[in-house]
Design a protein around this ligand. Sequence first.
Ligand SMILES: *Cc1c(COP(=O)(O)O)cnc(C)c1O
Length: 421
Amino acid sequence: MDYFLYKDGELFAEDVSVREITRAVGTPCYIYSARTLARHYRLFDEALEGTEHLVCYAVKACSNLAVLKLLGDLGAGMDVVSGGEYMRAKAAGVPGDRIVFSGIGKTREEMELVLKGGIRQFNLESEPEMRLLNQVALELGVVAPVTVRVNPDVDAKTHAKIATGKSENKFGIPISRAREVYAEIAKLPGLKVVGIDVHIGSQLTDLAPYKAAYQKVAELTEELRAQGHEITRLDLGGGLGIPYEQNNDRPPLPVEYGAMVKETLGHLDCEIEIEPGRLIAGNAGILVSETIYVKEGEDRKFLILDAAMNDLVRPAMYEAHHDIVPVMEPAPGVEPDRYDIVGPVCESGDTFAKGRDLATMEPGDLVAFRSAGAYGAVMASEYNSRPLIPEVLVQGDQFAVIRARPTYEEMLNRDSIPEWL
Ligand SMILES: *Cc1c(COP(=O)(O)O)cnc(C)c1O
């Protein structure tokens, strides 16, 4: 559930009218609800109550500093996948010992940055990475805490572009090779094993693939311990899905996920880390856009919005569904119109939805894309030279711009023309 609800016939973000925000910041814009972010973080925290654990928010889902500060202040750790995300987590006040570093392409520079600034653990994804990290740690005179991300060869049954736990995916080390890799790490003086890591994909709507993967991790834990490795932490990744179609989807709840984790892994007496991103940020954000035109096609109506695929790429990239609702609540009993909902970018892929029923819209009318808080603003670009759109955070009856819309001048000033031209 979230805090974007109609009050007196119009959509509110917590206690602030969405129209009021758009009057102040313009459209399109992202609006996040602090109360929803906090609620989702706590759901995970409570789901793992009774087990030692750390909820490491996956920064890549929505990486605005204000969002990270809010979650960090509640006690969240952070899962970062780049030096830039590490810098964001630190800038938001999250200490290094609550930050884990994931990703298959960590560079030497990123390793140095993170080892100097403090890190809870590296989740290693390959043997070459293992050797380079050992070398960098020795050069700096430190020991890097590591887990190995194992690839359990489990089908997460999600969109192919966000499934990561099959042997054909580029992620992790095949679980069948894990024993050899741990044995090699034990010989490297710059590395210290602290646990095992696994992440099988995103937008999972079934607990069964998780359970299959975690059972393999449990077996591996026992085997590695028998071989003398100290396995004290299990990082279980993120990926729990959210209901993008409010009236149809019902993915497992964090509490159900937590119960399954305890059942599958509780006997091992390990500290549990999880890395949810989408479930914390997804339904905590909306994208608000204004209707520019309603265009009559041969056999359909096009609702042309001022938001486009560069602002929210998920429909174009993953065929993703977002519920799209009018900001002014339609009167009960009024027949909806049917639209193809599109943006202004010069690609047919810039289509948010086809044949969608919506209240009759006029130029100037506002719509909200629900569930746009995760993988929304972070994946935005300035394609078609459309400046990045602002992000706004609401808490109770207050709101603040947490990233301003650049002016055309600011956008142009990032380019430079060589003197010799
Ligand atoms: C993307 C990612 C996550 C977060 O996934 P969500 O589906 O947003 O929960 C967690 N861990 C790793 C390693 C990731 O790549």
